[in-house]
Write a protein that binds this ligand. Sequence first.
Ligand SMILES: [Zn+2]
Length: 444
Amino acid sequence: MLLIGNGRLVTRSQGTGFYENGCVAIDGKRIKKIGETNQLKKEFPEAEFIDAKGGIIMPGFVNMHNHIYSSFARGMSINGYAPHNFMDILEGLWWRLDRSMNLADCYHSGKVAYLDGLKNGVTTVFDHHASYGGIAGSLHELSRAADEYGIRTCLCYEVSDRDGFEKMKAAVKENLDFIKVSQQRTDDLQKAMFGMHAAFTLSDKTLDYCVSNTPDDVGYHIHVAEDIADVKDSLQKYGKPIVNRLYDFGILGEKTMLGHCIHIGPHEMELIRDTNTMVVTNPESNMGNAVGCPPALRMFDEYQILMGLGTDGFTNDVTESFKFANLIHKHHLADPTAGGNQIPAMLFENNPQMANRHFETKLGVLEPEAAADVIVVEYQGPTPMTAANPNGHILFGVNGAMVRDTIIDGVIKMRNREVVGIDEEKVWHEAQVQANDLWRRINN
Ligand SMILES: [Zn+2]
């Protein structure tokens, strides 16, 4: 038994939202009980006690869209790279990077990205992977890295025609192989989706090949209308908008997640709604790539689409996405109230709901029988925290580096900012050596 108490407890569970001095009792992989610290200490006197010292005790964060392979782009310079638009960024940076990535790059980028996630209080990561320099076995390398920390993750490989027919087929096979392996697991720590890059790098023949090979109960993870060029391509080549095209191939559905959806119209939103498809928005990435602001609030309010937040490889700290999401819509709509309710709902309610379309154990809430994925944030705050205002405190006062303890699946993974059983210095060092080697391969 493990107790985490003496903190401001934010449960995200209906009925018992907030305790001024609350405590979580964990038994095995699940939460056993929530209550006042004194009461639970009396009830479970033998339990190990983690003292939150007045900080915030809350569910671990879920990142619904990441690209772990992009970890090695930090600080990289590519000879001749000078992008003018999003297509230049893809061709000049990301595709050059992933074309050079081998299996060792995949493993070590996984080791640092998951470590960074843990340190930022992220307990579940949905990743969208590409490494066209080493396709077969690449998801296994990420899976292996995740298992070494015991972090929850859902993986897929982004199929694309951009490197030719044989590599496209290898990418499909990599998805199918990992889907099989993940379905044999019973620990609810790793899941699989079928990954696709984006409509403009997927011909009809390829989409047909993907869909005809994918088991029925598997969802797709694909970028949609991230840039207007994706939309133009679809209209010119196929005479229909992207979402209609995906719908016609049977790709939409409740386990499928579309990334971005920046340049889509009302009819496409209807198709997403009617098929109960999920959408993940990545505000920091959208601003960085200068691709526009998604109609996320419209999709959320008017179409009631299940919308979540991701980091899209920009960071492993989901609180950054939270802050950017809070600002982008206010700025774009010239409305200082925009997103006030919707953005916290995306991060704290929808991300776990979306993740639970793949993971069985209830995520994102602290209540009996839910997953024991809990974080302690070292935070005091200049004003009272009450049942009505934790989101305001987290938005303006919390970032990932303030996460002190991370517990996943009932196991203490980070205690006082030190990751248990991991030589962190070694992980960073090995990654740096590997990244340096990758950079050399890219520029030669
Ligand atoms: Zn992405």
